[in-house]
Design a protein around this ligand. Structure first.
Ligand code: UDP
Ligand code: MG
Length: 314
């Protein structure tokens, strides 16, 4: 199978027939063998009925429905597990992404051997103040932190080599940072393509203000997990030792002062409080690192390494 088109959706009943007809048209024009996987993220409208009707007409249409709303990342994750195509393409269900981009994206993965190609909504039809500006900021920060040169990390339209979607786990709200997840898994050839973006035709946006906070926390945890999840002590231990040392040195200073001059009052000095807090913080950090180590040692999948190739070994 050439292509899996993965579409996460939440309450998008009006868009689905149009979207699926458009995709089918593009698939036929290009002679692709394909599947469309609708991942219904707990819709409360008639989205799922629409999906089953579409499937009755076209067996290439498939669907997964969550019992409740788990989020776009969860929907993508489940659909990725099910995908069979050599190239996997994700797109939003709201007709903001154009299926006409699919053939070129397919070519970039299949022929140009990209691992991942992210769409870039260069000209964007969303609210300027609440979407476009914050997203510029986020993209800038993510670019700095991840060192991946993309303009639009969170574009719903992306193409993947099948290997990529089978080796990453998209959880929390990590769908914003899939290129970063892919990079941490060792996929290096990450590119982008300017894609057409359209106004939302039906329904409303499903992401509110809290996406900024969540998005930022996710960026922190993703960098952190990527760097230190297998060795938490390397982070917490270093800071723990540093703080502990500061605490010890300052208290040593206080003790020596007291010995030299018996009238030297210890507890009314700032140094005393610095020393006290530094020791406590140091211990806390060290303990956090130690507990982190214990957890990562016993975590399932701790010996899960992605193997690219083998020679002479089964
Ligand atoms: N979506 C989803 N689960 C959610 C929120 C959104 O599956 O909890 C889907 C939504 O139906 C759409 C895509 O994710 O297909 C992008 O969402 P939306 O268009 O609301 O985001 P925006 O384009 O406004 O950033
Ligand atoms: Mg949208």
């Amino acid at each position: 199978m050439d292509l899996s088109i993965v579409i996460p959706l939440l309450n998008e009943e009006e868009s689905l027939p149009e979207l699926s007809a458009w995709i089918e048209k593009v698939m036929q024009e290009n002679d692709f063998t394909y599947e469309i996987i609708f991942a219904d993220d707990g819709s409360t409208d008639d989205s799922w009925q629409v999906i089953t009707q579409l499937r009755a007409k076209n067996k290439n249409v498939k669907g997964i429905k969550f019992q409740r709303n788990y989020g776009k990342s969860a929907a993508l994750n489940e659909a990725f597990k099910a995908a069979q195509g050599d190239v996997v393409i994700t797109m939003d269900a709201d007709l903001q992404d154009s299926p006409n981009e699919i053939p070129e994206l397919y070519k970039m993965i299949a022929a140009d051997k990209y691992d991942l190609v992210s769409g870039w909504k260069k000209k964007r039809y969303d609210n300027k103040l609440t979407k476009n500006l914050p997203s510029k900021f986020f993209n800038g920060v993510t670019r700095k932190v991840s060192k991946i040169k993309l303009h639009d990390f969170n574009c719903g339209l992306k193409a993947y080599n099948k290997k990529v979607v089978k080796s990453i786990e998209v959880y929390g709200e990590m769908h914003r940072y899939i290129p970063v997840l892919a990079k941490w898994s060792g996929f290096k050839k990450i590119g982008e393509k300017v894609v057409e973006h359209r106004k939302r035709k039906y329904g409303i946006t499903k992401f509110g203000w809290n996406r900024f906070i969540n998005g930022f926390l996710d960026l922190m945890s993703i960098t952190f997990v990527g760097k230190f999840s297998k060795r938490p002590m390397h982070f917490f231990g270093v800071w723990g030792i540093l703080f502990f040392a500061i605490g010890m040195l300052t208290s040593l200073y206080l003790i020596v002062s007291k010995i030299i001059d018996f009238d030297y009052g210890i507890t009314n000095r700032p140094t005393f409080y610095i020393s006290l807090t530094a020791i406590i913080i140091g211990m806390q950090l060290f303990l956090a690192g130690y507990i982190g180590e214990l957890i990562s040692r016993n975590a399932p999948g701790r010996n899960f390494y992605l193997i690219e190739e083998k020679a002479g070994i089964n």
